[in-house]
Design a protein around this ligand. Structure first.
Ligand SMILES: C[S@@+](CC[C@H](N)C(=O)[O-])C[C@H]1O[C@@H](n2cnc3c(N)ncnc32)[C@H](O)[C@@H]1O
Length: 219
């Protein structure tokens, strides 16, 4: 082999490795994954940390927004996982809670924390149509898992009672967070927003309360 062919071979090999690492990065940075993958991850306890202390601030902000903005209201929690938000809500803070999640195993754990005012269902929130209206609809770390987050939120707005609010939590490092957040803010009025930064872990979240009435709801 000539020196020129060796160099060309080395260059191609290097480019191949670089492309492979790019694809690998793309595969691991998103949570747009199948129901089976969620099932497998819940089965291995991968998401159990969501009920731990280091996630408490995020849930507390969402629970606080519910209690302050819609005390005793009805709540729909899309992508509710193992039902941690219900566990963080004071009993007097809501009259009815419905949690839906793609993962049947997560829902099975959530059911263990259910009460006579709560219901958990295994369903795909990109297809599910609520049978009733809610005062609060929560998208807690789920929009980064959806194909078309803005369209999904827009579809759920129809299931809000007049004056109802949307609560969104987005991990700042999540897939498309900036784009999703700015799309939401263009479409809906921001009622309040906080950014939570965990000092110990390199993670931060933006929790936003939005109201659809002031805007057209078009995204
Ligand atoms: C990052 S976890 C967040 C869970 C929970 N909301 C929390 O904050 O602890 C994302 C959740 O969204 C669920 N999920 C993903 N895609 C979904 C979909 N299309 N419909 C309903 N749930 C979905 C997953 O099963 C998972 O429980």
């Amino acid at each position: 082999m000539s020196t020129q062919s060796v160099n060309r071979y080395a260059l191609l090999k290097h480019a191949g490795r670089w492309l492979k690492s790019l694809v690998g990065r793309r595969r691991s940075d998103g949570l747009l994954q199948s129901a089976q993958t969620w099932e497998a991850q819940y089965a291995t306890g991968r998401w159990d940390f969501l009920a731990e202390l280091s996630e408490l601030a995020r849930f507390s902000v969402l629970a606080g927004y519910i209690c302050h903005l819609k005390p005793g209201g009805t709540v729909l929690d899309t992508g509710c996982g193992q039902g941690v938000l219900l566990r963080r809500l004071p009993s007097s803070g809501y009259s009815k809670y419905v949690g839906i999640d793609l993962s049947a195993s997560a829902i099975a754990v959530a059911q263990q924390h259910a009460n006579d005012r709560s219901t958990f269902l295994a369903a795909d929130c990109e297809e599910y149509s609520p049978a009733q209206q809610f005062d609060v609809i929560v998208f807690n770390e789920v929009l980064c898992c959806l194909h078309d987050p803005l369209r999904t939120v827009q579809r759920y707005v129809r299931a809000l009672t007049p004056g109802g609010i949307l609560l969104v939590s987005l991990c700042t490092a999540g897939r498309g967070t900036g784009k999703v957040l700015s799309g939401l803010k263009q479409a809906y009025a921001t009622v309040d927003e906080v950014r939570i930064e965990h000092s110990g872990r390199k993670v931060s979240w933006v929790c936003t309360a939005l109201r659809p009435e002031a805007h057209s709801g078009r995204v």
